[in-house]
Design a protein around this ligand. Structure first.
Ligand SMILES: NC(=O)c1ccc[n+]([C@@H]2O[C@H](COP(=O)([O-])OP(=O)(O)OC[C@H]3O[C@@H](n4cnc5c(N)ncnc54)[C@H](OP(=O)(O)O)[C@@H]3O)[C@@H](O)[C@H]2O)c1
Length: 199
């Protein structure tokens, strides 16, 4: 398969890229690195990426930022960060990507455990993760040509120790479990699934 990975140089993306590269042609994309650069907050940049890459069989997104901060200090502008980046960025990858993806292809997006298991500072991320999950459920029943879509919803991962102190009582998820979920989405047959990965 020809697989486009957006966020291929990130903590999760790097390992997903290494695994899928063993069996597939992988095109790496990122904001500042990769075979092709893209800013998912810009629809024009996303269109330009698809123009360069051409038809593909699978798109994996391991990108997306949101606002991390206390609710009492949060402004609507802060909240828009998650909306425009992690939510609309990934949604636009699918909206534009559906015009380019080959029949029986797949989209795999990323959300996260805060959709249902909140932490302090996480209200924007919880909102956005739940919305990404909802988008996948809604989009799965409309994608044409047997194109599939799933979202990986992991707990905080082992390889992000800098954020572990904010996740009191959460057991960091082993990276091989996280990578396996992306592989299941890309190489398997499931669609419309929120694939939770917790310890
Ligand atoms: N880490 C965790 O514990 C955890 C847990 C649950 C869910 N998640 C979610 O999983 C996803 C990946 O997390 P991560 O920890 O691997 O992130 P990360 O290490 O920060 O890596 C993010 C990657 O995305 C790319 N990127 C960032 N902003 C972008 C933009 N505007 N346009 C295009 N590419 C962009 C970066 O590209 P460059 O390197 O080229 O700049 C980088 O390769 C995120 O959505 C995160 O919320 C993470």
């Amino acid at each position: 398969m020809k697989i486009l990975i957006v966020g291929a140089n990130g903590t999760i993306g790097r390992l997903v890229t290494a695994e899928l590269s063993k069996r597939h042609e992988v095109i790496k994309a990122g904001r500042t690195s990769g075979d092709v650069t893209v800013d998912i907050t810009s629809p024009e940049s996303i269109k330009a990426m698809f123009e360069k890459v051409g038809p593909f069989d699978a798109l994996v997104s391991t990108a997306g930022n949101a606002h991390f901060g206390l609710l009492k200090d949060m402004t609507a502008e802060d909240f828009k960060k998650g909306l425009h980046d992690k939510l609309l960025g990934q949604v636009t990858l699918v909206l534009e990507g559906q015009k380019r993806i080959n029949p029986k292809g797949s989209f795999t997006l990323s959300s996260g455990t805060l959709s249902s298991d909140p932490i302090v500072y996480g209200a924007n991320i919880s909102s956005v993760n739940a919305a990404v999950d909802g988008f996948v459920i809604g989009a799965a029943i409309e994608l044409e040509n047997n194109v599939r879509i799933n979202v990986i919803n992991p707990g905080v991962v082992e390889d992000s120790p800098q954020i572990h102190p904010y996740f009191q009582g959460h057991i960091p998820v082993k990276m091989d479990k996280v990578v396996a979920a992306y592989v299941k989405s890309v190489e398997g047959v499931l669609t419309g699934q929120i694939m939770t990965v917790v310890s």
